[in-house]
Design a protein around this ligand. Structure first.
Ligand code: ATP
Length: 453
């Protein structure tokens, strides 16, 4: 039974493994190619995860593209190889790697403590090591049937270049004036040396990037504005403010294109780490693409009759990393104590309802036809407006718990009174309060509650 009047202690997530096993057990995220032993750092989103990931993307996409100064784009993953020359990725997108001649481990020299402090291998402690060598992180493949150097092509390591090379297409087709932005969601690929921490750092991932084109001289103002805008996005989706902070980049951390940069960091179980990057990229990218393509990418400001290459403020967040942050933040264990001293634990994924895979689940109190018939009809009625689950197995208490654990905001129970009063009981995930609602009012009731959760 639900524990409405007991003393409750809340435990938060402090170990990523708890989430990894919940994700597998309940169908959020599975290891890729698991039946073959898995493929390192690749993950598949399952029945619940694929729904939730769509919701994460929808939240970001709407926050970006429902503005009057933003357009969307969906650029291809494969781009002209010159793009990556111009962007600096061919020459500069690399990590320094060291080989241990003793145990053959290969590791990064710039973020491995044992190497930085004592010049030792992190695996076996040997000091018989190679000098650091630069390793390019782009995945290379070949276009067409013949594999030779002339048709080498890269899987994009970021979506941003699709925005730069389409700057004029987007500006001219939409007739937007600077300042305006281009937003995109898409897959990126990086041959990371040290992937790990579940879906935090993987070799194939999805990015949600936005480039905001501004007049030079106004860039610092817009950089500050975007910091605030992005922080409010996370707060709107109920991330605990104590788990968020800005980390400004010092001069040695700045990327080659950046005039200024700040990370939004989230407190993952392994500590504060980058969730999103916000960069002032200056006019670097459009200038480079002008040079390498021979096309003039200047913007003409009709009102002031002046031409300039816009500066770019970029916001870039990984969809998978944000998914992980939402899961970590939402996870809680409510431990309630009976007077007798016995304990009961309710696992709740307190997701914002816009992000929860299912909004409502229909539960007939018994498997008898007189209840299941109505319940199935009710499921279809709700499915016209929401993602809905139906569950008729196990005790009602167990079924409520199953829904709590996957973050479903509402459960609707059909009981033996339903045929008489045409009403059902709706139970709220967080408060566990139950109300009786008429079936005809149910969709509009759930709609309203989801909006003002
Ligand atoms: P990190 O240092 O954590 O690898 P980065 O500084 O290289 O990240 P950016 O190039 O600024 O990352 O990419 C923007 C965002 O894309 C990051 O903040 C992160 O959310 C996401 N991202 C980058 N690399 C990966 C990856 N390998 N796996 C998952 N998400 C990633």
């Amino acid at each position: 039974m639900d524990n409405l009047n007991k003393s409750i202690t809340i435990k938060r997530l402090n170990d990523l493994n708890t989430l990894v096993s919940l994700s597998k057990r309940r169908g959020f995220v599975f290891q890729s190619s698991e039946i073959y032993g898995g493929l390192g750092s690749c993950w598949d989103y399952g029945p619940l995860g694929s729904l939730m990931k769509l919701n994460v993307k929808k939240a970001w996409w709407q926050a970006m593209t429902r503005r009057a100064d933003m357009v969307g784009i969906d650029a291809s993953i494969l781009m002209h190889p010159m793009v990556w020359k111009a962007s600096g990725h061919v020459d500069g997108f690399s990590d320094p790697l060291v080989d241990c001649k003793n145990c053959k481990t290969r590791f990064r020299s710039d973020n491995t403590d044992s190497y930085l402090n004592e010049k030792k291998c992190p695996q076996c402690g040997s000091q018989n090591l190679s000098e650091p060598r630069q390793f390019n992180l782009m995945f290379k493949t070949h276009m067409g049937p013949v594999e030779d150097g002339s048709n080498a092509i890269y899987l994009r390591p970021e979506t941003a270049q699709g925005h730069f090379v389409n700057f004029q297409n987007c500006q001219q087709s939409s007739r937007y004036k600077v300042p305006f932005g281009i937003a995109a969601i898409g897959k990126s690929f990086r041959n990371e040396i040290t992937p790990g921490n579940f879906i935090f750092r993987t070799r194939e991932f999805e990015q949600m990037e936005m480039q905001y084109f501004v007049k030079p001289g106004t860039d610092e103002k817009y950089f500050e504005q975007w910091k605030e805008t992005r922080m409010s996005f996370y707060l709107k989706y109920n991330i605990n403010p104590e788990n968020l902070r800005f980390h400004p980049h010092g001069p040695t951390e700045l990327a080659h294109y950046a005039k200024a940069a700040v990370d939004v960091q989230y407190k993952f179980p392994m500590g504060f780490s980058e969730l999103e990057g916000i960069h002032n990229r200056s006019d670097f990218d459009l200038t480079q693409h002008s040079k390498f393509s021979g096309k003039n990418l200047e913007y003409f400001d009709e009102a002031n009759k002046e031409k300039y290459i816009p500066y770019v403020i970029e916001t870039a967040v990984g969809c998978d990393r944000l998914f992980l942050a939402f899961m970590c933040d939402a996870y809680r264990e409510e431990v309630s104590k009976e007077e007798s001293g016995s304990e009961d634990t309710r696992i709740v994924l307190g997701l914002h309802p816009d992000l929860a895979p299912y909004k409502v689940t229909v539960l007939p109190l018994s498997k008898k036809e007189e209840l299941t018939g109505v319940s199935e009809k009710l499921r279809d009625q709700l499915a016209e407006d929401f993602d809905v689950l139906y569950d008729e197995t196990a005790s009602i208490g167990k079924r409520y718990r199953r829904q709590d654990e996957i973050g479903t905001p509402f459960c609707v129970t059909v009981d033996f009174e339903t045929a008489k009063d045409q009403a059902v009981t709706i139970r709220h995930r967080d408060s566990m309060v139950q109300e009786r609602i008429s079936m005809t009012q149910l969709n509009s009731y759930v709609s309203k509650k989801l909006k003002n959760f």
